[in-house]
Design a protein around this ligand. Structure first.
Ligand code: GEK
Length: 322
């Protein structure tokens, strides 16, 4: 059974100890809501992941655990099938005992775009809001973070993360909690907070920025990544209906407007460090994610537009200090 005891123990004597006032009750409630349905089936898959001591691992240049030499072909096929049961795999890629999980997203490309622009993570306590299956969390740990906590309300992503963590030998410096950002009290304790791909899902983007600020210690750093449109400080797109077939997409500002919003929320040294169009090489259908993907969200006659006629996805990364 996926439990959070290891997390509670890990933070008991840390600067996150005050989180213990609210978090265990929320996760107990979460567990009650997930006692039936798919989650217990996914937990059984997680429990079957191999726990052999790893011959090699690399979380610095990729997310790789085990060369594949330690499992025979039959065992590898079995683990591969179990991992497939946790479909769809959106964020990655992962290399697990020689099994290449070719995810919908090349999340490593986003990591490569942001890494040169952020303060070194060595020794830091880090929060990843909307962490998905936790791909970037492993890379944060690979950069020397002392403790990495991810939050994401998706129970499938928790199961995927837990499968990887079990194979990795259950390290106690990395934890995913199935919570939304709105469920966190103002902890004011993280050295670095990431919010990537979340802002446009929030109905109130300024409140989101304030919630992120409230998680940071004074002087801490925010890395914010979200969909943007071209334009000046006053430009923001609120799609009338769906955007790229997503029905939960609310505010898509220009990067300049986003910079202004951050400054208005008392962040300083706000920098737009990257702006890139999302390509069908970075987000695409694979054997590990067989549903529709970016190519299906774009107008086949004009791929610079979504099927709804809005500008095609473009994303910015901003870095700011509290
Ligand atoms: N209220 C919320 N609180 C926290 N998380 C949320 C909330 N609502 C949705 N999410 C989660 O935010 C994630 C957004 S994906 C980005 C993943 C990764 N960060 C990436 O940058 O690749 C979007 C994208 O594809 O870019 C999903 O995992 C949601 O479950």
């Amino acid at each position: 059974m996926i439990e959070f005891k290891q997390f509670y123990q890990r933070i008991a004597d840390s600067k996150l100890s005050h989180w213990l006032e609210t978090c265990p009750a929320q996760l107990t409630q979460w567990r009650k809501l997930h006692a039936h349905g798919d989650f217990p089936k996914w937990e059984k898959v997680v429990a079957k992941m191999p726990t052999v001591a790893l011959d090699v691992s690399d979380i610095h240049t990729q997310v790789m655990f085990g060369s594949g030499e330690q499992l025979d072909e039959g065992q590898r096929a079995k683990v591969g099938n179990l991992l497939k049961f946790l479909h769809p795999w959106r964020k990655g890629p992962y290399q697990l005992h020689g099994i290449h999980i070719d995810t919908e997203w090349r999340s490593d490309w986003k990591w490569d775009r942001l890494l040169p622009h952020i303060s070194p993570l060595e020794g830091r306590t880090v929060l990843d809001v909307g962490c998905g299956s936790g791909y970037h969390m492993w890379r944060m740990l690979g950069e020397g973070a002392e403790l990495v906590v991810g939050i994401d309300p998706s129970d499938l992503f928790l199961a995927q993360f837990s499968a990887v963590k079990r194979i990795a030998g259950d390290p106690d410096s990395i934890h995913l909690l199935p919570l939304g950002i709105q469920q966190l009290p103002p902890l004011r304790a993280f050295d670095t907070v990431f919010s990537m791909g979340v802002l446009y899902h929030r109905t109130s983007p300024i409140d989101h920025l304030i919630q992120l600020r409230d998680q940071l210690s004074k002087g801490g750093e925010l890395i914010l990544e979200t969909l943007v449109v071209e334009g000046d400080e006053t430009t923001v797109l609120v799609p009338a209906g769906r955007y790229g077939k997503m029905n939960n997409c609310w505010f898509i500002p220009s990067s300049k407007a986003l910079k202004l919003w951050l400054e208005k929320c008392d962040f300083r040294d706000v920098r737009i460090v990257d702006e890139s169009d999302t390509t069908v090489e970075e987000q695409r259908r694979t054997e590990w994610m067989t549903h529709q993907s970016l190519a299906d969200y774009l107008d086949p006659q004009d791929p610079t537009r979504t099927v709804e006629g809005y500008p095609a996805p473009r994303r910015a990364i901003l870095v700011a200090t509290k």
